[in-house]
Design a protein. Structure first.
Length: 251
């Protein structure tokens, strides 16, 4: 069963950019009782095919299998459904992430620890939010100055562009809760983030091992985004330090 798909509220602001692509695919998955089949129906001519999880040979790394076969093992659930949508919407970026994972596996093998590049690739794939914002907003995010970011600079959010990319993050937001925290990756100001093809092409070029090894991410509790949660109209919402944590000081 394609469990959980009927629970997606496509009217939520974080799902709105995914709705055109995702709502029909979820409907087909529920009819077919197969996420892989529904994704394949929506991705004719794309760079990967979706296959049942059972197609992954025992002992072969998931990323290596995708790289070598062009097939994505897919379970019937929210996590792999959103992963498939990401492959549909951002095929070049997803292929680049997969290529870098496969390169690292080929060079280092499968180890108990992934290493900094593979760690960053996994974070990106699972939990990233792409963000285009002016320097003042980015500086407040880096400083974890949440009151400045969300209260003092609140009007700036009308001009900030966000794209949720991480499929585990999308899965969590089906049942939203205050402490959901993403990893933000900054997008160059020259990129048209309202054009998926332009963003996808830029990501394919920007995702480089040396940059990823530095873990170029900033934490963002996503339900702090103005307009994304009713309670965040109040200043007190952001004074909850269990969610909006101050930046650690290095001693």
């Amino acid at each position: 069963m394609a469990c959980g798909l009927a629970e997606i509220d496509w009217t939520q602001p974080w799902f709105a950019p995914w709705r055109e692509l995702g709502e029909a695919t979820a409907h087909h998955a529920l009819q077919q009782q197969s996420v892989a089949q529904a994704l394949n129906m929506a991705t004719a001519g794309h760079i990967v095919q979706f296959v049942p999880q059972s197609a992954l040979p025992e002992g072969q790394a998931y990323e290596d299998f995708i790289f070598k076969t062009g097939q994505v093992p897919t379970r019937d659930g929210l996590h792999d459904f959103f992963n498939g949508l990401c492959w549909q919407r951002f095929p070049l970026a997803k292929r680049r992430l997969n290529q870098l994972q496969a390169d690292a596996i080929a060079a280092q093998g499968i180890r108990a620890t992934r290493g900094p590049v593979r760690d960053a690739l996994t974070l990106f794939d699972e939990n990233v939010v792409l963000m285009q914002a002016p320097d003042q907003v980015w500086a407040a995010l880096q400083a974890r100055d949440w009151l400045q970011l969300f209260v003092d600079l609140r009007e700036h959010w009308q001009h900030i562009h966000l794209v949720l990319f991480g499929h585990a993050l999308l899965e969590k937001l089906v049942t939203p809760y205050k402490s959901i925290t993403s990893h933000v990756y900054r997008v160059d100001s020259q990129v048209n983030m309202q054009e998926d093809t332009a963003l996808d092409t830029w990501l394919e070029q920007d995702l480089q091992p040396d940059k990823l090894a530095t873990k170029p991410f900033e934490p963002l509790p996503v339900l702090g985004v103005p307009g994304w949660w009713p309670s965040n109209t109040e200043r007190a919402y952001y004074e909850d330090v269990t969610v909006f944590r101050p930046k650690r000081t290095v001693t």
